[in-house]
Design a protein around this ligand. Structure first.
Ligand SMILES: [Zn+2]
Length: 389
């Protein structure tokens, strides 16, 4: 079965986009939202057939595909508004979209990775932009481009483009590699070889956490931009570490002839965090998940299967006899029955390796992707603006 791997790359654009484009789009979007809300329309086709003709006549200079994408966006925004309203979390009594965001499809934009240029259709014809980007993503060359979002933020323009590639995963051969993600290290390996890599992530997180707290303690006019800058830096530093690690994981899987990579279901991981409470929360979960999705898309692009398993007792049971282990010195665990004495993260990998049952039932276990018969499953990852891949 083919797997669709999707990657979102964020480019900064050099140049000016006529503000009328954002203005017009916002007007159209709000009109569509009001209409969808009044008539309770959540279907793109219904909204389009009701409103397209009228909008086309009133905005004759606007490339027509903007009306399509506005219908798509309006449906998405309205659907999420309904969801929030059902949970009584909407906060407002009608859906409103205030951001400067324009959805683009491949009729109104194109990207040329050879010349680093983007071309965007506007009411006054096509405009070319230079793309500014930190690192070049070689893999995008082999991918198809789908839709994109044009974003205006602090008078700067960004293009978030979704690249897509369909890959055929290799056949299961029984050989797997397992990855155990911890807060400050990652253990991974196969039956033959297991390594534990320190990520140094905790030190980075603590350093930035202290920086932010120091900033908050001194009142100033507007600390938000500085906070955002720190957060961006922190995320990029950690991202770089994750990419390197993920590359190493995939390389080992290929070297050892594995057909699949086993990852742990995230629900378990969360409970294992030992971080101080202030540091716990969103960022922490972001980290674990981010590392997993990085490994996942790199593995899939390499044709490896990715399996999520519900891992209970991975660090507390003996991988040989399933007996409860007892602590035996710093990070070591010992089995009272067979005498196994090993690093607890290595034990976790051994347990994960055993948890893989090469049947189709295991595959659907993971939380992130719903697999449907006959439809490709999808991996979605967002790369940072200076994403290092
Ligand atoms: Zn044992």
């Amino acid at each position: 079965m083919m797997e669709a791997v999707r990657l979102t790359a964020s480019f900064k654009l050099k140049g000016l986009i006529p503000s009328s484009l954002f203005l017009t789009y916002k007007l159209i979007l709000q009109e569509l939202l009001d209409y969808a809300h009044a008539k309770e329309i959540t279907s793109f086709n219904r909204l389009k057939s009701d409103k397209y003709r009228d909008l086309r006549a009133r905005y004759p200079n606007l490339p027509s595909h903007y009306i399509y994408t506005a219908c798509q966006m309006a449906c998405a925004v309205y659907r999420s508004f309904r969801k929030l309203r059902r949970r009584k979390e909407a906060g407002v009594d009608k859906p409103i979209f205030k951001k400067d965001v324009i959805m683009l499809d491949d009729h109104v934009f194109s990207i040329d990775l050879e010349t680093w240029e983007a071309s965007i259709a506007t009411e006054n014809g096509r405009i070319k932009f230079k793309l500014l980007h930190g690192t070049y993503h070689e893999k995008f060359r082999e991918m198809r481009i789908g839709q994109a979002w044009l974003i205006k933020k602090n008078n700067e323009y960004y293009l978030n483009a979704v690249f897509r590639r369909d890959v055929e995963p290799r056949a299961f051969n029984g050989k797997t590699l397992a990855v155990d993600v911890n807060e400050n290290n990652v253990a991974f390996g196969t039956e033959e070889e297991i390594v534990v890599r320190k990520t140094g992530e905790r030190a980075i997180r603590v350093a930035y956490f202290l920086k932010r707290r120091k900033l908050q303690s001194k009142p100033r006019l507007n600390e938000k931009p500085i906070m955002a800058k720190y957060r961006g830096r922190e995320e990029r530093r950690i991202s770089t570490i994750y990419h390197r690690l993920a590359n190493e994981v995939v390389k080992m899987a290929e070297k050892r002839g594995c057909s699949a990579i086993i990852l742990e279901n995230l629900k378990n991981i969360r409970k294992r965090s030992e971080r101080p409470r202030e540091l716990n929360g969103r960022m922490n979960r972001w980290g674990f998940r981010k590392l997993q999705t990085t490994i996942e898309y790199k593995a899939k692009l390499a044709g490896l299967n990715v399996i999520y398993v519900k891992a209970e007792g991975t660090s507390s049971l003996c991988p040989r006899c399933r007996v409860r282990l007892s602590p035996s010195g710093y990070r070591l665990m010992k089995c009272p029955k067979c005498g196994l004495d090993e690093d607890r993260d290595v034990i976790a990998v051994r347990n994960l390796l055993q948890m893989h049952v090469p049947s189709s039932t295991v595959q659907g276990e993971g939380p992130p992707m719903k697999k449907e018969e006959g439809r490709p499953s999808v991996t979605e990852v967002t790369l940072g603006q200076n994403g290092s891949a």
